[in-house]
Design a protein around this ligand. Structure first.
Ligand SMILES: NC(=O)c1ccc[n+]([C@@H]2O[C@H](COP(=O)([O-])OP(=O)(O)OC[C@H]3O[C@@H](n4cnc5c(N)ncnc54)[C@H](O)[C@@H]3O)[C@@H](O)[C@H]2O)c1
Ligand SMILES: O=P(O)(O)OC[C@H](O)CO
Length: 318
């Protein structure tokens, strides 16, 4: 099975590094960046100081990259739909594995629903993993979800490595929702810490955030228990407690009233807005998500957001 990774950001590059032993092609859209990476054996913008092994070939030629039979899609969520539409002929019928986390703001779909336009059983790899940890060869456990159990097993075999342990699931919707929703809660957790509201408040937000994740999972077609695994609870734990997370760091900056570099990928910002709309459409209570959407849109500041959450009517803990 030949493998390519599309998208030479931090995560795409890290995944390609782990697959280099078996041979892998990494596609970067910028020809100059691709040439520089191929020559210097480094992705200096996203993973400075990490060596790109010999088995990894970088190209900016999408046709060459899409000649592989298995393709990992690591372009950011909000660019995925347009990318798939533009390149449908190259992607059609391939074994496609989503690697992004989020919900498309225009269509309110997750990555596997978008990939389903061009392939029958899209898979997803998701779970607690910082690109830098994967690139350094630190041990990581992730979920590989695919509705087709035979293809899921094949992809699990192909994409596991000495340091990446993949657990199988047949619930891609649940797996992708876990990855998408945890970023929203991580923004809230960062905001609470940035505003100095304390670790107890953060623990409350993580727990009540997880309750929101579980509440919307079923109505969106997921098996709620999937979110108790690596792709949901696991990634929620990592992202809400680490300043390495861009979503947490963005929230932290909001909490401090500080600026945040808008060129940094923060998937939870658009996803909060998308999920708040889904929750409204389906009449599902998601107060933390709604507050994060309001923070991102500048309709509330952190102190008003916290006041909104604390002034809600008292209720049972379910
Ligand atoms: N970085 C991590 O630790 C990590 C871990 C797990 C999952 N992810 C997920 O992986 C996805 C990508 O994140 P990242 O960290 O690699 O982001 P990144 O910001 O490091 O890189 C994004 C890459 O996508 C490219 N890109 C942007 N728009 C594009 C388009 N329209 N067509 C083609 N390429 C385009 C950019 O040039 C850049 O190389 C996100 O959904 C993220 O949630 C990231
Ligand atoms: O840096 P973040 O917040 O995009 O998080 C990266 C990964 O999703 C963590 O699993």
């Amino acid at each position: 099975m030949s493998v390519s990774v599309l998208g030479a950001g931090a995560f795409g590059t890290a995944l390609a590094i782990t697959l280099a032993e078996r041979g892998v092609t990494l596609w970067a859209r910028d020809p100059d960046a691709a040439t520089a990476m191929q020559k210097t054996r480094e992705n200096a913008t996203r993973l400075k100081g990490i060596h790109l092994p010999e088995g990894l070939t970088v190209t900016s030629d999408l046709t060459t990259a899409c000649a592989a039979d298995t393709i990992l899609m690591a372009v950011p969520m909000q660019s995925t739909a347009a990318f798939v539409t533009e390149n449908a002929d190259l992607l059609r019928g391939k074994k496609l594995v989503a690697c992004s986390k989020g919900v498309d703001l225009t269509s309110l779909r997750g990555p596997t629903a978008i990939l389903a336009e061009v392939t029958r059983a899209p898979a997803i790899i998701t779970g607690p993993s910082f690109a830098i940890d994967i690139a350094r060869g630190l041990p990581t456990a992730l979920t590989l979800a695919c509705k087709n159990p035979i293809l899921g097993e094949e992809l699990q075999e192909t994409l596991s490595s000495a340091t990446i342990r993949l657990y199988r699931s047949t619930d891609p919707v649940g797996a992708e929702l876990g990855g998408a929703l945890k970023n929203v809660i991580a923004i809230a957790a960062g905001a609470v810490m940035g505003a100095g509201l304390g670790e107890s408040a953060r623990a409350a937000l993580i727990t009540r955030g997880f309750a929101e994740m579980m509440r919307i999972a079923g109505p969106l077609g997921a098996i709620p228990e999937t979110l108790m695994g690596l792709s949901g609870f696991g990634d929620l734990t990592l992202t809400c407690t680490s300043p390495t997370s861009r979503n947490y760091a963005y929230g932290f900056a909001l909490g401090q009233g500080a600026d945040y570099d808008p060129t940094i990928t923060v998937e939870g910002a658009a996803t909060a807005r998308a999920v708040a709309r889904l929750a409204r459409d389906k009449d599902i209570e998601m107060p933390i998500t709604s507050v994060v959407a309001a923070l991102v849109e500048g309709r509330l500041d952190v102190s008003q957001g916290m006041q909104t959450l604390l002034s809600r009517p008292l209720k049972e803990e379910i």
